[in-house]
Ligand binder design. Sequence first.
Ligand code: FEO
Length: 399
Amino acid sequence: MEYRAVQISDRVYWVGAIDWAVRDFHGYSTNRGTTYNAYLIIADKVTLIDTVKAPFKDELLSRIASVISPEKIDYIVSNHAEMDHSGALPAIIEVVKPNKVFASVMGVKALKEHFHFEQELIPVKDGDALSLGSLTLNFLETRMLHWPDSMVSYLVEERLLFSQDGFGMHWATGARFADELNYETLRYEGAKYYANILLPYSALVLKLVERIRQLRLPIDIIAPDHGPIWRKDPMQVVSWYQEWAEQKPKRKAVVVYDTMWGSTDILARVIGDALAEKGIETKVMRLRANDRSDVMTEILDAGAIVFGSPTLNNNIFPTVADVLTYIKGLKPKNKLGAIFGSYGWSGEAVSILADWLKEMGVELVAEPLRVKYVPDKVALGKARELGYTVAERLTERGV
Ligand code: FEO
């Protein structure tokens, strides 16, 4: 097996793996695949930053071998214990036999609890520096971005930030650098990653962005653990994170629903039509045609979310329950909302939807619309009114 490393700065190489085929990343749809990035620093103490998902260990070793014999690695730094970055760690330790393996204090615990290995792990703390001889690594803890163990490493002499999950995206490409890729796709996949992975920790993201700015770290390169490396205007992606973390609502509405016999579908489309007529950017997303992670991506910058469900066995439709469970965990903020649904005889779905949205802190701004069997002209008129009301309330909010 032969793969090549890609040099990303004077003394740093990308030695990760490209997962072209993954389409489901723990429930997140990865239509463009992903990469598990690892980095090799050629210093007096040769150092590997992170590893890859377990099945890709040979690709990692092969890329390392294209630069240096893997046995020459002195140190391994694990910035994040989640198994897409640590899965290959036990096998790599076995091959490389490094002198030292470093992780944050929480990282040491998490790695031991994952792999139960005997290898001594050395904890490093926020602000610690590690001399690699000719180069220096500084560590910054970034707890909960993405797990309690997370930290980032800054290579002082190369002005390079190894940012683990932060500033990453799921996108498998032959190009290693963001400036070689399409801007709109970068922004979309970056937003999708943010919405589905980091959104609940937005307050911490804002603190980290502030800290990076206050430290005045000169950053020439941001090298995340997924997707492309940022070498041209790397602060661009930092600004995007600030924007997404602030969750300022846009003049945009997402209508999320599913349907049994088409009645809730008709209501959703009429509501969407009314919103669009009023100049609101509108997405109408039927759940059996849209993955939950794509719905969440659209919700990220929306000012309003409108949910619809038929009543099935005295409850909401299963796909609607799925997406609500998912969205609630991601804690989106600053949303207006409304609800609608069709029913045959009992009709509990709309009140169950109301409870969900209230629990999520969504401000309901229109009378719930509950329609028996198939909507007639009067019901369709009410659907249109619901769309107009949401549009007006967005306008009143100044978005
Ligand atoms: Fe890419 Fe939180 O792991």
